[in-house]
Design a protein around this ligand. Sequence first.
Ligand SMILES: [Zn+2]
Length: 296
Amino acid sequence: MSRNILELVSARTVLLDGAMGTELMARGLPQGVCPELWNAERPEVVKGIHRDYFAAGADVVSTNSFGGSRTKLAAHGFEPRVSELNRAAARLAREAAPAGKYVAGSMGPTGKFLRPQGEFSEAQFEAVFAEQAEALSEGGADVLLIETQYDLREALCALRGARRASALPVFVTMTFNAFPRGYFTLMGDSVARCLQALEKDGAKAVGANCTLNSEAMAGLVKAMRPETRLPLIAQANAGQPVLGRDGGVTYSQGLEDYLRFVPDIIRAGANLIGGCCGTSPSFIKAMAESLERSPG
Ligand SMILES: [Zn+2]
């Protein structure tokens, strides 16, 4: 591999990929089927999505392992396959990656709550994330990306678990809603609290993904920038999900409108940009062209 991903981040704006979930559905993943199962059963489809994102200009793609934690896989009866499905996720992205490009091992929320809201202890959560992080590292990830976190306590468990199990750098993105008093996670954590705690506990980049469209994300990046010295990540949704009559989901923000706010996101201080729900390889291609015109 050429250079370390952290060196790349310090050299220029880095382009991440867009959605995996909505792309899998577009390529035939039936509702209710575990997306991570396709790492084993439809590897060519998963690899094809990674290839499309690299071809669009992404520097980094995220593995198909967002729901690959033991707690999430248990919903499908796949707890015995945690290691297998996560290793396969990383391997597929690695195989799709051209020389000098990067693989981020994606880790989403457990889907459970810590005590007192839920049944889980912090030590249990930490072990869940450590197990997943270890498999993603073994499969060939370059960095671990803990994403869409709505509870700072859980995000810190994930960060500790990942750092315990792996020597790879760990990036963490939280998901925030916009309120008149500022931006807060579902559990009420403020931007300042989140970013400061994640930096203190050893994250190498922090930021936000999902929930907000690109216009709102530009505002959030502006609010995040003064709260950390770390590189900032921003991955906006393509607007809000809209349920179609056929049961399919589309997103409310079109490509043109999404793209209009990408320069604002970079100007506000984002160092790694990409898309979240509803974004596709065509969004990433347009973002790559926009970066070429005005590199950050
Ligand atoms: Zn999303």
